[in-house]
Ligand binder design. Structure first.
Ligand code: NAD
Length: 246
């Protein structure tokens, strides 16, 4: 599935799943835009390394996905967006009654509102070209819940809903919008969650009792990004080792 000639923007893509997605898209020939809010020399070097490794154009653009104006700035600055992957995300774990309000606001802003802002800005250009792919990184927590993750679960369920609305509104164009719902993957967010008690929990609860490997998201990603998915409208593809199949 060649993505040559396409430009892909992946929000929050300097580590973990986002970086895995950048690598998958670049390997398929897409030019890629990496993003995070950090703006360090390392971020620019990462983009340079991707360009060299996959022989594509790769650029790092700093923008805080917690800030609506910066989300819109990212899309406007890049100027061309054939594939938009809304991936930036953070986590905080606490009982609802103890959940810090600023953490709630930050998670809703970064994990959910950013998808609205980037999608809103990317859609007109995609519609003009009559081709576009919007892929929202939801989670199994867009479908089921865990205690102590009120903001995260609310944001991810919100993304699944937003995906469907965007898909309905673009159904009669060459633009599609779908979501990916990963289970447990190694990243900065899940760092430290491979301790013995987490692993025991996984062994007891997951049909395939291990973390996913980042390349195991490539199948869903590249399908949704390609022409092969032209009849997939507003769906969520679950890649979770069977976690939600129980
Ligand atoms: P991660 O912490 O490794 O990556 C998050 C990325 O988002 C980083 O590049 C970080 O710099 C960026 N980011 C954070 N705040 C930002 C901001 N304000 N503006 C711009 N960029 C920002 O975590 P990850 O696990 O790879 O998470 C990526 C996505 O995958 C998230 O949406 C997460 O909810 C989702 N997800 C992860 C898992 C998992 O098990 N790792 C499972 C399901 C869904």
């Amino acid at each position: 599935m060649s993505l040559e000639g396409k430009t892909a923007i992946v929000t929050g893509s300097t580590s973990g799943i986002g970086l895995g997605i950048i690598r998958g898209l670049a390997e398929s020939g897409a030019d890629v835009i990496l993003n995070s809010f950090t703006d360090t020399a390392q971020d620019y070097a990462l983009a340079e390394g991707i360009a060299k490794e996959f022989n594509v154009s790769a650029r790092y653009v700093s923008a805080d996905m917690g800030d609506g104006q910066a989300c819109r700035g990212l899309i406007a600055d890049v100027g061309r967006c054939d594939i938009l992957v809304n991936n930036a995300g953070i986590q905080h774990v606490a009982l609802t009654e103890d959940f810090p309000v600023e953490k709630w606001n930050a998670i809703i802003a970064i994990n959910m509102n950013s998808n609205f802002h980037t999608t809103r800005l990317a859609l007109p250009g995609m519609k003009r070209k009559n081709w576009g792919r919007i892929i929202n990184l939801a989670s199994v927590h867009g479908l089921v819940a865990s205690a102590q993750k009120s903001a995260y679960v609310a944001a991810k369920h919100g993304i699944v809903g937003l995906t469907k609305v965007t898909a309905l509104e673009t159904a009669q164009t060459g633009v599609t919008c779908n979501a990916i719902c990963p289970g447990w993957f190694p990243s900065e967010m899940t760092q430290g969650m491979d301790d013995e008690s987490s692993m025991n929990f996984m062994r007891a609860n997951s049909p395939l009792p291990r973390m996913g490997e980042l390349h195991e998201l490539d199948g869903a990603l590249l399908l949704l990004a390609s022409d092969a998915a032209s009849f997939m409208i507003g769906q969520h593809v679950v890649v979770d080792g069977g976690w939600t199949a129980r």
